[in-house]
Design a binder for this molecule. Sequence first.
Ligand code: C2E
Ligand code: MG
Ligand code: MG
Ligand code: MG
Length: 284
Amino acid sequence: RAKATRRGSHVIFESAIRQELENRLTLESELALAADRGEFELFYQPQVRLIDGGLIGAEALIRWRHPVRGYVSPGEFMPVVNTSALSERIANWVMETAGRQARAWELSGNAVRVAINLSPSQLHSGDLAHSVAELLRTTGLTPSLLEIEVTEDILLHDEGRVLDMFKRIQQLGVRILFDDFGTGYASLSYLKKFPLDGLKIDRSFVLDLLADSDDAAIVGSTIGLSKQLGLTVVAEGIENRATADFLVSIGCEEGQGYFFGRPMPADAFEKQFLAAELKAVSAA
Ligand code: C2E
Ligand code: MG
Ligand code: MG
Ligand code: MG
């Protein structure tokens, strides 16, 4: 009887795996179709100077506008993209779309720095530094208006290659920021090894900042460390004014979060954050 049960659970286990594999393959082919049909969009979330709320830039965040399900967030499909053949194609699409948007804003008199996210597989496929150079050349975008956010797992790959790529990108004048700082295993040693321009304090440390003294200690030390290393520091996940004020009081200069604005389509972003300046430009 014991044997039969074991065999039974084995069968269930196997069919669960088969089901999961099928789901993955379905999602993968849906995503390829979505790319063909132009169903991906970039939303933009404001990044501000905390002292006065002035706009500094925007983080571009991908969304899938699904014909039936509506907007699907990246957490639901990027893991599949990242391990599929689509990875490089979507990275190029994100970079081009964000780059052209940043250039359009620049031409309208709004120097909005746009940050894009690249996952490890995307950084390692093709020649990223070359793609960035091509993007700058074809759009005419001022290099300092483009930023690349990378997470720590990128750095688990071939160190020499990553180092070389980062240097080539930075020589173009494009900045590289360390995203989700503090959530990985070796954040500090990466700061030592790689020539980063700044870091983003993960929202998991910011959301509870006012209530959790451990979070406050971690965030405070990270800000001090960044300053000593000459790095820009951006706090993510600021959901209320009290958190923003507290961050200012401990020396944090830049931030983003729902308090300042949610990620939104480009036209909404323009209306909400650039409208006054756009009018000023056309009136001049
Ligand atoms: P991330 O780069 O750390 O992006 C910040 C995430 O925090 C975004 O989630 C944003 O909507 C959310 N967020 C911003 N402010 C707040 C806040 O005040 N409170 C809370 N609770 N959340 C806030 P989103 O857009 O769902 O993106 C999730 C992750 O997906 C991103 O994390 C990034 O790792 C990845 N991702 C997004 N777009 C792209 C892309 O174009 N390419 C790649 N490779 N990855 C992307
Ligand atoms: Mg990011
Ligand atoms: Mg982050
Ligand atoms: Mg994240």
